[in-house]
Design a protein around this ligand. Structure first.
Ligand code: NDP
Length: 447
């Protein structure tokens, strides 16, 4: 990893000491600190008030037992988390992840990223994240409901529309948000729509929220292309994952005339030179909750088991599955295959080595903090609609999302220019997000 500025190196050493074994959290902190050298040089006030050290320490970390009973009558015990990382700009905001790999280090890395991402949207939201090591795969609807109810039975006392507003992430979609909201409503006897986002349209949800992260990532890339007098028309695109973010990234690319030739799940990837069939993919994933190999069978398409999707040549790559899914070797394969743009739909899907290989080769790299901020931005729009007991049209909401993504894009470039790194979206996103939060923290005093 690159060497940090001296003051920042001390901060990082303290993060390592305080959070042993939490490698993903270390990685996300290092990535931000690596951009902040010119900021601390220009603004000693941030160092004087220990703003960066305070930012690296969550305001509150909640860990709890989640006991529930499976369909066979056996008691299961999972662990629940909610990390309320920073509330300088507004109530904590960030999703819940249900996946067997979830532990404190994952929740903290996601919460830390969320602080800067949320700041970049320009909306009044702080950063938080939560989840559980519960694995919804292979569980019946009844089991998922009982788990969600047990999880909310503890979580409800920590959240609220002015305190902390969770949403979905990996393993948490409309079904899970429904069960969580139902239990919150039952326990509190309050129809407090603004306590969760990603809700169904009939009970307080927003149009475009489901599509927002994937669409937003593609809006961001559209902006990159526009700056180069180019467009998606005829471009070969590879999208990893086949969940919420991937699905709607694929949809939007297709609407703009691009051809998505491959997508994946944790079992492997599917290639279709004429383009992925979105209707079949939605039917497989959203309705049948089946594996991608079953989509491939239904389409008589090639399914490549256990290999990296990044070996498929493309013009544009959108990693939309999970953290560290694209390493240095994958990045080299992308470069060799002619890829010119990589935008992160997922959170931190590219390893530091991958980012280095891509940027050294002149590939435009858009970090998740900026490129996937459309999901949380639309969650904030959902909160606005809940607060005013209103619901907006698809077109209006999509326009708002589009202008937020264009705003983030431009802010990244302007900030990168100002701090001597023209065209560098990583530096631009990290510094612009940081300054917004840091200024609010200075104004609020040492708390
Ligand atoms: P979903 O659970 O809907 O989908 C996750 C997808 O990624 C699934 O297809 C899953 O496959 C696949 N996947 C998981 N692990 C791997 C792996 N190791 N290799 C290949 N594929 C894998 O989650 P989301 O789409 O909501 O989230 C995807 C990413 O986007 C995450 O990083 C999340 O943090 C980020 N994100 C999500 C937002 C949202 O609004 N939902 C907002 C901003 C970021 P399988 O079914 O086999 O596990």
């Amino acid at each position: 990893m690159p060497v940090l500025d001296e003051k920042l190196a001390d901060t990082y050493a303290e993060v390592l000491r305080r959070n042993p074994g939490e490698t993903e959290f270390h990685q996300s902190v290092h990535e931000v600190l690596d951009s902040l050298g010119p900021v601390v040089a220009k603004h000693p006030e941030y160092t004087d008030a220990a703003v960066i050290n305070r930012l690296c320490e969550p305001e509150r970390q909640i860990i709890f037992r989640v006991p529930w009973v499976d369909d066979r009558g056996t008691v299961q015990i999972n662990r629940g988390f909610r990390v309320e990382f920073n509330s300088a700009l507004g109530p904590y905001k960030g999703g819940l992840r249900f996946h067997p790999t979830v532990y404190l280090g994952i929740v903290k890395f996601l919460g830390f990223e969320q602080i800067f991402k949320n700041a970049l949207t320009g909306m009044p939201i702080g950063g938080g994240k939560g989840g559980s090591d519960f694995d919804p795969k292979g569980r019946s609807d009844g089991e998922v409901m009982r788990f969600c109810q047990a999880y909310m039975t503890e979580l409800y006392r920590h959240i609220g529309e002015y305190t902390d507003v969770p949403a979905g992430d990996i393993g948490v979609g409309g079904r899970e948000i429904g069960y969580l909201f139902g239990q919150y409503k039952r326990i509190t006897n309050r129809y407090e729509s603004g306590v969760l986002t990603g809700k169904g349209l009939a009970w307080g949800g927003s149009l475009v929220r489901k599509e927002a992260t994937g669409y937003g990532t593609v809006f961001f890339v559209e902006e990159i292309l526009r700056h180069r007098q180019d467009s998606f028309e005829g471009k070969r695109v590879v999208v990893s994952g086949s969940g919420n973010v991937a699905m709607y990234a694929i949809e939007r690319v297709q609407q703009l005339g691009g051809i998505v030739v491959a997508c994946s799940d944790s079992g492997g990837y599917v290639v279709e030179e004429k383009g992925i069939d979105l209707d079949e993919l939605k039917h497989t994933k959203e309705i049948r909750r089946a594996r991608l190999s079953e989509y491939a069978d239904a389409r008589s398409a090639a399914f490549v088991e256990g290999r990296s999707i990044w070996e498929v040549p493309c013009d544009i790559a959108l990693p939309c599955a999970t953290q560290n899914e694209l390493n240095g070797h994958d990045a080299a394969q992308l470069v060799a295959g002619g890829c010119t743009i990589v935008a992160e739909g997922a959170n931190m899907p590219c390893t530091p080595e991958a980012v280095r290989v891509l940027t050294d080769a002149g590939v435009v790299f858009a970090p998740g903090k900026a490129a996937n901020a459309g999901g949380v931005a639309t969650s904030a729009l959902e909160m606005q609609q809940n607060a005013s007991r209103d619901s907006w049209s698809f077109e209006y909401t999509q326009d708002r999302l589009g202008s937020i993504m264009r705003g983030i894009h431009d802010r990244c470039l302007e900030t990168a220019d100002e701090y001597g790194a023209p065209g560098n979206y990583v530096v631009g996103a990290n510094i612009a997000g940081f300054i917004k939060v840091a200024d609010a923290m200075l104004a609020l005093g040492v708390i």
